[in-house]
Write a protein that binds this ligand. Structure first.
Ligand code: FE2
Length: 424
């Protein structure tokens, strides 16, 4: 007897009329048109069953704080950092936990079941670290939350930051973060990359650095990150996040850099909603888009994910935890409009992001965790086009969330009342 049987589902790889059988929280079989006794059977009606959405880059300590204590007037990254600095002394553990838990509720509703969040360690109290470690334990039954020790004000630039980062790792934060472009000099930035990668290597941890999040074509910290990754034997365990300077770099240099990144098996995370919002702010016209070179990185065999980065915080006033919105923006900014490129964008918020986080047993295959989302769309491209409704969200074979199908009643003159679903 199965616990759960999903029938008549389309899968992201293009297979249709598929059945997914679940027992004991695991997928036991994925096959065409299976009929077997199950405690619960769901007719997917030909809609798309996807592994859950994964956000490889987020800031849960800042989320849902928009307007506190004021709004970012210039819209720049630097004013956002200054604004976060004003908010930090006012934070309370309770407020941090409440906002993070509220966001996690939004995430589950959107089928987003794994999130890598950076947590600011530039605070002697480590208030946000305590809060998010608490949240991680609390949401563990429904969300895989991975924490990155993020020295927002620079591990070398901010007094006490190195010690605080190490304390955060001692307390159970999973990944080593950094922000080399915010250190005082290019040399300090390079030194911070070296130092932080060494800490990760000593402790057997992964690395995820905000790296060259600027429009400066001369920024060279991605190169250093790739070098240190190889030197310390961290290949496949290091992520460069943002990498927006690559948008503005000289093409000749980039042709060398991408090869170095591939050699080091770096993962790359672009954050389309935030990159298009924050970058190019110092330009008149033309204004640079600022997102890193996603199609070129993918073509070189580099694993690229899209992250949400911010939702209603000092850097970004919008967002709802919808990774389809993230991918939708990503495909526009990168002009990834072919059928295959749009599917790559869907992968960037599912399988590629899972690879960044190192999630085990992720996917729609026998032996994987029975975690999936049923979308009101026939395929990944339609899911992107509609930012499709999440009909049902399952984790370990248990229903976590469900939404009524999105539909509109049309009352048009001279025609009978009809229902529009906007799906093919
Ligand atoms: Fe970020």
């Amino acid at each position: 007897m199965l616990d759960l049987l999903i029938q008549n589902a389309a899968l992201p790889d293009g297979r249709c009329h598929m059945s997914v059988a679940v027992r004991g929280g695991k997928i036991v079989e994925v096959t065409a048109a299976l009929n077997a006794p199950a405690l619960q059977t769901v007719d997917a009606q030909g809609f798309l069953l996807s592994p859950p959405f994964v956000d490889a880059h987020f800031h849960m300590d800042a989320t849902l704080s928009y307007g506190l204590p004021r709004v970012n007037q210039s819209g720049t990254l630097l004013e956002g950092i200054a604004l976060w600095g004003e908010l930090k002394p006012l934070l309370t553990q309770q407020a941090l936990v409440e906002r993070a838990l509220a966001y996690c509720d939004w995430a589950v509703a959107k089928g987003l079941l794994a999130i890598r969040t950076h947590v600011d360690v530039c605070d002697a109290r480590l208030l946000a670290v305590d809060a998010l470690l608490h949240v991680k334990r609390q949401v563990a039954p429904y969300i895989d939350l991975q924490l990155v020790a993020f020295p927002q004000d620079g591990v070398l630039r901010a007094p006490g930051a190195l010690d605080q980062l190490k304390r955060a790792l001692d307390q159970g934060v999973d990944v080593v973060g950094g922000i080399p472009h915010f250190e005082r000099t290019m040399a300090d930035g390079a030194a911070s990359v070296k130092l932080l990668c060494e800490i990760a290597a000593e402790r057997g941890l992964r690395v995820d650095m905000h790296c060259d999040e600027s429009d400066d074509p001369q920024s060279r910290h991605v190169e250093t990150l790739a070098f240190e990754t190889q030197r310390l034997g961290l290949c496949g365990r290091v992520t460069g996040s943002h990498l927006t300077s690559m948008h503005s770099m000289d093409n000749y240099y980039v042709s060398k850099l991408i090869a170095l990144m591939a050699e080091a098996q770096l993962h790359a995370v672009a954050n389309p909603l935030i990159n298009i919002t924050l970058q190019g702010r110092h330009d008149s016209y033309p204004k640079r888009r600022g997102m890193t070179r996603v199609p070129e990185l993918l073509a070189a065999g580099i694993n690229v994910a899209f992250g949400h980065d911010c939702v209603m915080d000092p850097w970004y006033s919008l967002g709802s935890g919808d990774m389809l919105e993230v991918a939708h923006m990503g495909l526009h900014v990168a002009q990834m409009t072919s059928q295959s490129a749009m599917r790559q964008c869907f992968d960037a918020v599912t399988v590629n992001a899972a690879r960044v986080m190192g999630l085990e047993n992720y996917g729609l295959a026998a032996g994987c965790n029975a975690d999936f989302v049923l979308l009101q769309a026939r395929d990944p491209v339609e899911a992107l086009r509609l930012r499709a409704n999440r009909l049902k969200v399952f984790r370990r074979g248990v229903l976590l969330a469900e939404s009524a199908p999105a539909s509109t009643q049309l009352h048009l003159v001279g025609r009978p009342v009809q229902t529009s679903f906007q799906t093919r």
